[in-house]
Write a protein of this length. Sequence first.
Length: 293
Amino acid sequence: MPFTSSYRLFRISALTTLCIAMLAMAAPALAGGHKSAGQQDILFDPAKRSEVTGTVLVTGANRGIGLALTKNYAERGWTVIGTARKPEKAEELNALAASNERVSVERMDLLDHASIDALAEKLRDVPIDVLLNNAAIMGDAAKQDLGSYDYDEMAKVFAVNVSGTLKMTEAFLDHVAASEQKKIVGITSVQGSIQSLRDPLIPFYKMSKTALNMGMSSIAKIAKRKKIIVALVSPGAVDTRMMNAALDHSGYKGPNFMITTEESAEAVINVIDQYERKHTGMFLAHTGEVLPW
Ligand SMILES: NC(=O)c1ccc[n+]([C@@H]2O[C@H](COP(=O)([O-])OP(=O)(O)OC[C@H]3O[C@@H](n4cnc5c(N)ncnc54)[C@H](OP(=O)(O)O)[C@@H]3O)[C@@H](O)[C@H]2O)c1
């Protein structure tokens, strides 16, 4: 059997294993324990809401987890700057901004560094308490199968998830440094954890999150001098376009194990709120669990 055919057969069982592992990881945390199935520490309580408010900039705020994060922050009384590649098509985000004067919409494309610089310049007098780097792409899963790797696709995934996110972080360092809370968040993924690797699917996406983790960890070391906290947070397995595209590619037909964008956003924000300076650079799940690199 050609290698690519056996690889395809491997997909379904691999993803089933991944899903079971994800459920196993989540269960003890949901039960309120202090260790997960992987015996990692539960550092923060994902259900603990704080009263703190400030200004947050959320990238990819027009849909998926980014939209839910934007809505949740707005509901908590934060000032929210939501970015979208195509604001004119961001109907739900625009409706939110129309009904809440603390929510605004800005254009930004991670592939267009000039758009990042332009936004940083436009907001130069705005201290940003939380820079929430949420936007990312998985890339076309079919172009990530060994034997037919598409290297242009690999470059695009890296350009958005790694270069674009680091450029965004670099451009907004001073805005964050000028704020009270001084937090830079990378929405990463357990898929970027080499120690947690259980299947060979979507390697470009996984590699991009591993690279993002290292890039943000490096920034954490330098940004510490400006008292900036860098948080790396995985949002869980969430029912979004991205996750469903991954499931479609795998052929997974088992029970639904995903959480909603609302559940993810609530936990992610609670976890972000609990990061203090001593936690800078730590890689956590939305459950508050410390993840292995
Ligand atoms: N869903 C999950 O289970 C899961 C698990 C682990 C980690 N994550 C991470 O969570 C974050 C959000 O994922 P999601 O599931 O909500 O994905 P999604 O539904 O596919 O949404 C992705 C968002 O990123 C934006 N985006 C894509 N390319 C962009 C670019 N070049 N410049 C600016 N924005 C761009 C999209 O805007 P357009 O609408 O214009 O395309 C969209 O707003 C990502 O970092 C993802 O890696 C998700």
